[in-house]
Design a protein around this ligand. Structure first.
Ligand SMILES: [Zn+2]
Length: 121
């Protein structure tokens, strides 16, 4: 079994509705996103999955969040743009773009010290 990871980021503002604390005020992060996928086999040139293809799929998903207030971008106009919800949303949007591999987890890091990993049940 092979696990392949790529990392990208987007810069955005957000605030947490209903949260009592500093994060209820508008603030920004460089959201670091790490996607890890799993493949049991290799193709005929020895790759489990093409890194650049995976990066391209991830970029398609997260580009709409870059330089926005994430609270204005669906579905986060309806649900809170917590790192947990952002990670699950990226997972759901990335999943149909990937064939022949499964997503092990999507990590969203708000800072070097604080991050979330979403993995499917
Ligand atoms: Zn935040």
């Amino acid at each position: 079994m092979y696990q392949i990871s790529v990392e990208q980021h987007f810069d955005a503002a957000h605030f947490l509705r209903g949260y009592r604390g500093k994060c209820e005020a508008l603030h920004g992060h460089r959201f670091r996103v790490v996607v890890r996928i799993e493949s049991s086999g290799l193709d005929d040139i020895g790759l489990a999955y093409d890194f650049s293809e995976l990066k391209q799929h991830l970029a398609e998903v997260i580009s709409r969040f870059d330089h926005t207030c994430v609270n204005d971008v669906p579905p986060f106009d309806q649900i809170n743009p917590s790192s947990e919800n952002i990670a699950a949303t990226i997972y759901e949007e990335l999943k149909p773009k990937l064939t022949g591999v499964s997503i092990v987890g999507v990590e969203v890091w708000e800072s070097p010290q604080t991050g979330v990993v979403y993995s499917p049940d």
